[in-house]
Design a protein around this ligand. Structure first.
Ligand SMILES: NC(=O)c1ccc[n+]([C@@H]2O[C@H](COP(=O)([O-])OP(=O)(O)OC[C@H]3O[C@@H](n4cnc5c(N)ncnc54)[C@H](OP(=O)(O)O)[C@@H]3O)[C@@H](O)[C@H]2O)c1
Length: 288
């Protein structure tokens, strides 16, 4: 039995679906079962619980061999994921696959709060002696649907604080496929994998790709991180989140997203999705 934590999110949902397709028995820890009806229909067993509730974690871990661990970016991320690690140890789980942060951010003295928290959780897992696989993905292509698509659709403007920095964006479905490969094999114990798309490109090139996909001119506008922060505050984002997004933007502007890995192909046997195919598939989200 494999327990998927974060199954109502982008990567976790795909992990649960792909595991079912691969023939695995899957249980999902969910806070709100009504958000996981489609997964239950596929045969995923639902365990209602919360990373903040140790008793619910013990119940969810019962009879579990492997755990997929992911939760939302949050100031309590390390504490909440630490609860899952402790419960996995109590349940004598045999393997933890954790989605971490982009590699240059995962360090005890790193420049971004969430990256430091990912490092704390990785460190905590390593100290347990439970076999682990850490996935350190790059910038998700799916972020564009939330952050960029509305303004591109309305104004034909791709505004972001990324300057010309090359970023090897990755499709969340490919990260999920890598996680499934790790969860269904003994070959990836105590390994750390960077997970990226097939090539790095800047936002000007991204604007050109979106122009091609939508048939309407999209222009890139570089917004300095502090100016972007002001806009995010006006939208009502909490201070820590704005600060985190600025820290991440500074990291990307310094080239942290440029590295391309071969992990998707190496672990899944298929090529990672390209930004062109992602843009074509989601073209309607970038159109008025
Ligand atoms: N976005 C990027 O470009 C990027 C790049 C590298 C790494 N990452 C990392 O990827 C992770 C986010 O992945 P994602 O976008 O797939 O996540 P997501 O779509 O935001 O989903 C988060 C999941 O965590 C669950 N969750 C949150 N708090 C919980 C709690 N207290 N108890 C139980 N479940 C809880 C959510 O459940 P509910 O539905 O109940 O809220 C949801 O299923 C973060 O750790 C982030 O640092 C992101």
């Amino acid at each position: 039995m494999i327990l998927v934590i974060g199954a109502t999110g982008k990567i976790g949902g795909e992990v649960a679906r792909q595991l079912v397709t691969a023939g695995s028995s899957v249980r999902a820890l969910v806070r709100d079962p009504s958000k996981a009806v489609a997964l239950a229909d596929l045969g995923v067993e639902l365990a209602t619980g919360d990373l903040g509730d140790a008793a619910s974690l013990d119940k969810a871990m019962h009879g579990v061999d492997r755990v997929f661990l992911l939760s939302v970016q949050d100031l309590r991320q390390a504490e909440l994921q630490g609860n899952a690690v402790d419960a996995a140890v109590r349940a004598e789980v045999g393997h933890i696959v954790k989605v971490s942060g982009i590699a240059p951010s995962v360090s005890p003295g790193g420049p971004a709060e969430i990256g430091r928290q990912h490092w704390q959780t990785e460190h905590r897992i390593e100290a347990t002696g439970v076999p682990f696989t850490f996935l350190r993905p790059g910038f998700f292509m799916q972020n564009l649907l939330e952050t960029a698509a509305p303004m591109v659709a309305k104004l034909g403007l791709l505004a972001a604080p990324m300057n010309g920095a090359p970023i090897a964006m990755v499709d969340a479905r490919d990260i999920a496929a890598v996680a499934v490969a790790a969860l269904t094999s003994d070959d990836h114990y105590d390994r750390v994998y960077d997970v990226t798309g097939p090539r790095a490109f800047g936002y000007s090139e991204l604007a050109a790709v979106l122009t091609g996909a939508t048939g309407r001119r999209v222009r890139y506008l570089d917004t300095p991180p502090r100016l972007a922060a002001k806009a995010l505050r006006r939208q009502g984002q909490p201070d820590w989140k704005v600060e985190h997004l600025v820290e991440m933007a500074e990291l990307f502007r310094a080239g942290a997203g440029a590295t391309v890995s071969t992990t998707v192909r190496d672990l899944t046997g298929h090529a990672p999705r390209t930004i062109e195919s992602f843009a074509a598939e989601h073209a309607s989200a970038f159109k008025r």
